[in-house]
Write a protein that binds this ligand. Sequence first.
Ligand code: LMR
Length: 330
Amino acid sequence: MFKSLLCFTLAALLPCGAVLAAAKAPIVIKFSHVVAEDTPKGKGALLFKKLVEERLAGVVAVEVYPSSMLFGDGDEINALRAGKVQMLAPSLSKFEAYTKQLQVFDLPFLFDDLEAVKRFQKRDKSRELLHSMSSQGIYGLAYWNNGMKQLTANRELRKPEDAKGLAFRIQPSSVLEAQFRQLGATTVKMPFAEAFKALQAGTIQGTEGPWSNIASQKVDTVQPFISELNHGSLSYMLISSKEFWASIPYQTRTELEAIIEEVSYSVNQDAETLNNNDRERIIAAGKAKVITLTAQERAVWRTALSPIWKTYEAEIGADVLRAAQAVNRR
Ligand code: LMR
């Protein structure tokens, strides 16, 4: 009935087949990201595409653009807000211009391990942060985790003072800036895709990142030392634009949200194993020396860096900070 009405109404303008084809055009989701496909985020994006193809064929089409091929981390959020892409999963360190509250995830040594980060992400305070940027058109769908961060450098970093004088590439986060300042190091905010070349050129002498990013970016081929500090997590927020998400018909949106829940579970379940495998691969390759710290050595770094929590308490919110600290099992 609807079909024939549509054909009848538009019959004078277009052939009926063309009208129906246009009416059935799938919703296109361009999912852009900056990492390699064999990383937690890269695999998550591909699994999302696969499940959408299986369950919403002809209704939604997903196009995945990895490795900054469409947009880099410097312009991807603006691209989302401008409707040029529909899904991203930027690291939580990249939202500072939109909300200060997510800085809680950058505070060094706040979370004891990735399990603590995951527990916090399930708490109400953390769930609320998914909507902390909604007035700016950013709609948070889920948290995805990569892994705990390590320090890479051109010298052996065993004690906090060993980092003094080195220039580290950081994500655009003032907490990360403060973290390295506290160590007497300097920082350069730089897109992810540019870090390798900057290391080769020597304009930076260190980076921080999880094993999967160190391995997939081949950082171990240009940095002779990796200190296994596990001082913070690299975690993501899967986002869409509020306007785009609201424009998806209710039934389809509900199905997409169920797929996202399934994919998020899988990403967060597998991230640690992927990172451990990459750690093993880096050790086996033998290009960089992996420095494992004793509990006492790690505690010295924690003591040196934890004073900055207080500096950010007001911006983050004392309630959010308290909720985050409460997830550690000590
Ligand atoms: C970085 O810039 O180091 C990371 O946020 C890259 C990523 O998306 O894992």
